[in-house]
Design a protein around this ligand. Structure first.
Ligand SMILES: CCCCCCCC/C=C\CCCCCCC/C=C/C(=O)SCCNC(=O)CCNC(=O)[C@H](O)C(C)(C)COP(=O)(O)OP(=O)(O)OC[C@H]1O[C@@H](n2cnc3c(N)ncnc32)[C@H](O)[C@@H]1OP(=O)(O)O
Ligand SMILES: Cc1cc2nc3c(=O)[nH]c(=O)nc-3n(C[C@H](O)[C@H](O)[C@H](O)COP(=O)(O)OP(=O)(O)OC[C@H]3O[C@@H](n4cnc5c(N)ncnc54)[C@H](O)[C@@H]3O)c2cc1C
Length: 659
């Protein structure tokens, strides 16, 4: 006898008569049918393992127990990975990021940094010989590493890092020192308790001269006992807003000697006599950060997909208030206000992914040419990776919070999974380059391009400005032109501000600081243009069935109009937008909300996120929200007895005290 599967009647209705093939969207997002099959196989393989399930929700464990539990699962996962059904890189991505991995390692993977930064640093910064020495050990997990750059006193300003690595030509060693408290490394993930090696960024001194920051391979702990090696002062920094089992740590050096060969020497070298050999580009040692900025764009997008799926399903199950007097309470999704909260982030998940895919392609192309010694694409890669990392993380964090609010009180429960998702996405605003700082890097590139009439592909529009009539065309292609005009216009306003500041007598750095508001706005407009252009162009260039193309085109239109309405001032200022145009866009926007609304559940279903990955009673496929919330409450330790012992200790005496 087959067991009948419960499905909330409202969700069942939402799923009836879907006009498009959900599987086609799933394949489109996965990058092909085979990729979907591989992903599903991997998910089934991992999620069917009982040992990877939690006995109690993580929230109820102590800080130390959470770490131990996540480490247990992380190590088990690595054992399973050895004979996993999918390809290595795809598997690692799934396990380290916001997808499958988050279903198992809810508070953060203690060995994530090993794969996300340590191995990439070895690959990007190590010579062939150095890779031969350490990469295999790293891949086999004989050693576990992290990336130790940020210090207590400096994260952003890399030239201000204090950790010193002084070359001693007599012993052919570097001596690592932390000259002050603020020189302690502070923040690296996995550093607190897990890693026994690190790529450490330190100021390189040789022949009495500082040559700037360089990467060094340093052993931190004994490979057998895991005790810190002499001169290594290491520990964990304590609880954070989220990602609490990533064991972010601190690290100090008291005259630690390492062989010369442990300077990662792919780009610059120190010869035995202490002679320094410069890299072809001084920023090549920043390459590991560029890689992570690129992958973070994809990761925050997966997190946003999770949040939107939870909020959308819940909003179709939840009934509240009265729409028509006397009628049954409507699904909250039927309120236009709710659609305005949820459909833009839903659409954004597609825009961000398509833009992140473009960036990933640029990363690979640029990396290949840099391997051949050609640095031409580096400025564009740096500009675009900063722009997209900053835009995707900040927008996703705002959208995740909107999704949480859209679920009312239940969205505030830990078990809704919104706090964790938010904790992860908002961290990406800060790590790998604080967003404001990255916006200013982007602005620097835009201003330079505009003034010098030279720059890479992503900023070509600042050089070859479009001529022709400046009418407002509200087709998607016409809207892209509006975004372009805004980006050019805001760059020009920022340049005018810089020139104005110079005329006032400001020195260049002061002129820059006093133009920061305009510079940041220009950088954001540039990033938005890139996402909008990627969204429109990718749909044009892809082979999709008519029904899938129709729904994705509606989402695209909704999204690109949403951003205009959100920042209409910029469009009035720079794109010749008139009141009538705005009103027309407004009515188009609300029409699109109504047109997309009936397919909202089908679209989030096509993300194909398993319940374990969503991790929320509000977002489960079956929509059995209330029963699941009750089941979660039953897990609270406070519900294990009717009367808690603290009643007798504290409350009863108070009740009896006649205050
Ligand atoms: C193999 C398996 C793969 C598995 C994948 C798994 C996928 C899972 C995905 C996600 C999981 C999430 C896990 C989370 C992990 C979080 C880990 C976090 C780590 C960190 O945070 S590490 C520390 C990061 N720190 C920073 O980012 C510091 C920020 N600061 C800087 O980058 C720089 O100091 C600066 C850019 C702010 C400025 O530098 P500087 O003062 O030296 O330079 P300027 O004078 O301003 O500019 C000079 C010149 O250089 C150019 N420049 C600057 N940076 C770069 C660069 N990176 N590349 C190229 N060029 C650069 C700049 O444009 C200037 O050029 P011009 O002179 O104008 O020509
Ligand atoms: C969850 C998490 C994980 C991390 N993992 C790692 C890791 O694995 N390895 C590692 O090395 N580091 C790691 N970090 C550190 C991270 O990279 C830094 O925190 C980040 O680069 C920001 O630097 P900061 O903390 O020094 O901020 P600060 O630079 O001190 O920023 C403080 C404020 O000053 C502003 N500001 C700073 N400079 C400028 C400027 N030039 N112009 C205008 N405004 C400015 C910023 O915008 C911000 O508002 C992690 C951080 C977090 C939160």
């Amino acid at each position: 006898m087959t067991k009948e599967i419960y499905e909330n009647p409202d969700l069942k209705k939402e799923r009836q008569n879907c006009p498009f093939n959900k599987e086609e969207i799933t394949n489109f997002l996965d990058g092909g049918k085979e990729k979907t099959t591989e992903r599903r196989q991997l998910e089934t393989y991992i999620l069917s393992d009982e040992q990877l399930k939690d006995a109690v929700p993580m929230e109820y464990l102590s800080h130390a127990d959470k770490y131990a539990e996540e480490l247990r699962k992380s190590c088990l996962l690595m054992h399973k990975l050895a004979d996993s059904p999918a390809g290595q890189v795809q598997t690692l991505r799934a396990l380290m990021g916001a997808g499958l991995g988050s279903a198992i390692l809810k508070e953060g993977n203690p060995i994530a940094l090993h794969y996300v930064m340590f191995i990439p640093a070895l690959m990007g910064q190590g010579t062939v010989e150095q890779q031969a020495k350490w990469l295999e050990k790293a891949y086999n997990l004989n050693i576990i590493g992290t990336y130790a750059q940020t210090e207590l006193g400096h994260g952003t300003f890399l030239r201000g890092l204090e950790t010193k690595a002084t070359y001693d030509p007599v012993t052919k060693e570097f001596v690592l020192e932390s000259p002050s408290l603020t020189a302690y490394k502070w923040w690296p993930g996995s550093l607190g308790k897990t890693a026994n090696y690190a790529v450490v960024m330190a100021q390189l001194y040789t022949k009495g001269k500082c040559e700037g920051i360089h990467p060094f391979m340093v052993q931190l702990r004994d490979e057998e006992t895991h005790e810190p090696l002499p001169g290594i002062l290491v520990g964990e920094i304590g609880p954070k807003l989220g990602m609490n089992t990533n064991d972010n740590g601190y690290l100090g050096f008291d005259k630690v000697r390492i062989p010369r060969e442990q300077l990662l020497m792919k780009h610059s070298q120190v010869l035995e006599d202490g002679t320094y050999v410069k890299p072809t580009n001084s920023k090549l040692s920043y390459g590991t950060m560029v890689f992570v900025r690129v992958v973070v764009c994809q990761d925050v997008t997966v997190n946003l997909r999770k949040a939107v799926t939870i909020a959308t399903r819940y909003s179709c199950v939840r009934r509240q208030s009265e729409l028509k007097p006397g009628d049954r309470e409507p699904q909250v999704m039927d309120y236009q206000a709710q659609q305005h909260k949820l459909l833009p982030p839903l659409a954004a998940t597609f825009g961000f992914q398509l833009a992140a895919d473009h960036l990933w392609n640029l990363y690979n192309t640029a990396n290949n040419s840099m391997e051949q010694g050609d640095m031409e694409l580096l400025p564009d890669l740096h500009g675009l990776s900063c722009a997209l990392k900053a835009l995707c993380s900040s927008e996703a964090a705002n959208f995740v919070e909107t999704c949480r609010q859209s679920c009312g009180g239940h969205g505030y429960m830990s078990c809704s999974n919104f706090p964790r998702i938010y904790g992860q996405v908002t961290a990406a605003i800060t790590y790998e380059g604080e967003n404001t700082v990255l916006w200013l890097q982007v602005a620097r590139y835009l201003v330079k391009t505009r003034k010098e009439k030279s720059g890479g592909l992503s900023v070509k529009y600042l050089i070859d400005e479009e001529k022709g009539p400046r009418t407002v065309d509200t087709t998607p292609e016409g809207i892209v032109k509006l975004y372009r005009r805004v980006a050019v216009g805001l760059v020009d306003i920022a340049i005018a501000e810089l020139e104005n500041n110079s005329r006032k007598g400001y020195a260049p750095h002061d002129a820059w600081n006093h133009a920061a508001v305009h510079l940041i706005k220009a950088a954001q407009a540039h990033a938005r243009l890139f996402v909008v252009e990627s969204f429109v162009d990718s749909l044009k260039g892809s082979r999709l069935s008519a029904p899938v193309r129709a729904i994705l085109s509606q989402l695209c239109e909704l999204f690109i109009i949403y951003w205009i309405l959100d920042r209409s001032g910029d469009f009035f200022l720079c794109a010749n937008l008139k009141k009538e145009d705005l009103l027309q866009l407004n009515s188009k926007y609300v029409q699109l909300l109504a047109a997309i609304r009936p397919q909202a559940v089908n679209i989030v279903d096509s993300f194909d996120l398993r319940d374990e990955i969503l991790g929320s009673p509000l977002g489960c496929w079956d929509g059995n929200v209330y029963q699941r919330l009750f089941d979660e409450a039953a897990k609270s330790p406070l519900n294990q007895k009717n009367v808690h012992e603290s009643f007798h200790k504290y409350l009863k005496p108070l009740l009896k005290s006649n205050l």
